[in-house]
Design a protein around this ligand. Structure first.
Ligand code: BMA
Length: 375
């Protein structure tokens, strides 16, 4: 791990931002500059989903005296992740939420999440938020793909438009409470897959783009949330990039082009080298294409979600993730969450915790001059 990037604007970074000519979709230049600076320095930031909220052995949501000082990453790497991922899924439903009033889909209390975001920012870190929202037409969850008219129904003129604008209003109310903190907002993610109701095959490209622009216009123009940095994150299974770019709202609405791509779970240790090699090759192919797109559109590149569930391979960090990213202008890489849920926590984790298999290798990764953690 090396020292944290200088978040306040410096003259050098100003010049850099100006010379790159990127008009930010949001107005927050500090985060954009810090991400660009990481790339210029040949480094990438490390991020972890829900890092301050819970870990393998603990859960701040269940503590009366939570401190927001615990972190599986801190207790294994010796430093916090530079990027903290949080999710807004459930904010749209208030007390009717099937997740419990005031809680998101993974059991996080929304008020603690706000505190976590503030604390992480005060420490010098960067916050990103995704939104696994419910299905406004069927009443199901984000993964309910039983109806192909959901996006259409929430666009202007659609039967669920007013309902959805109310949902977006709740996101606006929530984000307004941390208006002073830059947030990388990452809505409508993995839209080139077919598992979320806003995915490919579930809406047309025009509908997807209209949905993005409507979201942006409401939060930025109507609500004045200029603290948002806008990240789009396709999943990479579909390598037809020309087709992928049809589902892109336009350069005025995007700051970061991200990739969500995981190493598939492996049934055992047999042939794990082949699985690793296939993942490295796939990432390098996708990042190669995405580097060209990011350069052409003058956007920042990131790996907005990745990981290997259960970290089955001991040296995954230095032998798989680092070679997968090596040489590409990736500004940050975020691995998914370490659930504390009984019965699931021994499987569903993407960062090490004390006593877990890849701990030593993670420390080497964190100490590499290529990675940025938060000291
Ligand atoms: C998935 C899993 C789910 C979780 C969802 C949103 O990948 O981790 O358990 O609800 O992300 O965080």
């Amino acid at each position: 791990m090396s020292h944290k990037p200088n978040l306040p604007l410096t003259l050098a970074i100003c010049i850099l931002a100006a010379s790159c000519g990127q008009a930010p979709a949001g107005k927050d230049n500090n985060t954009i500059s810090a991400l660009k600076q990481a790339v210029i320095d040949g480094k990438y930031m490390y991020g972890h989903q829900d890092d301050l909220m819970y870990g393998h052995y603990w859960n701040a949501n269940e503590d009366n005296d939570y401190t927001l000082e615990r972190s599986d990453v801190l207790s294994t790497a010796g430093a916090y992740p530079m990027v903290l991922g949080l999710d807004l899924g459930g904010i749209e439903l208030d007390e009717d939420s099937p997740y419990g009033a005031g809680k998101n889909l993974d059991g996080n209390k929304f008020d603690i999440m706000l505190e976590a975001a503030k604390k992480h920012h005060a420490r010098g870190g960067i916050v990103t938020m995704s939104w696994h929202l419910r299905n406004p037409l069927t009443g199901g969850d984000a993964w309910d793909v039983s109806d192909t008219t959901v996006v259409k129904s929430i666009l202007p003129g659609g039967g669920r438009h007013d309902l959805f604008m109310g949902w977006l209003g709740k996101v606006g109310d929530y984000l307004e409470q941390i208006k002073e903190i830059p947030v990388i907002f990452r809505p409508w993610h993995e839209h080139t897959g077919g598992w979320f109701w806003w995915g490919a095959g579930l809406c047309s490209a025009e509908e997807y783009n209209a949905l993005w622009v409507m979201t942006y216009d409401y939060l930025v123009k109507d609500r004045g949330l200029d603290n948002l940095v806008w990240a789009i994150s396709p999943n990479g299974l579909q390598k037809d990039f020309e087709k992928w770019m049809e589902r892109y709202p336009g350069d005025d609405y995007v700051d970061i082009i991200g990739l969500d791509q995981y190493e598939p779970s492996h049934p055992g240790m047999e042939n794990i080298e082949a699985t690793n090699a296939a993942f490295i090759a796939q990432m390098r192919e996708l990042l190669g294409c995405m580097t060209e797109i990011a350069e052409e559109h003058n956007k920042i590149l990131a790996v907005t979600e990745t990981g290997f569930e259960s970290l089955q391979y001991e040296n995954w960090w230095t032998e798989v993730l680092m070679p997968a990213l090596d040489g590409f202008p990736v500004s940050y890489v975020l691995t998914w969450r370490n659930t504390s849920e009984e019965g699931r926590r021994d499987v569903h984790y993407y960062a090490p915790f004390p006593g877990s298999r890849s701990e030593a290798d993670f420390k080497t990764f964190a100490e590499s001059e290529k990675t940025l953690f938060l000291n």
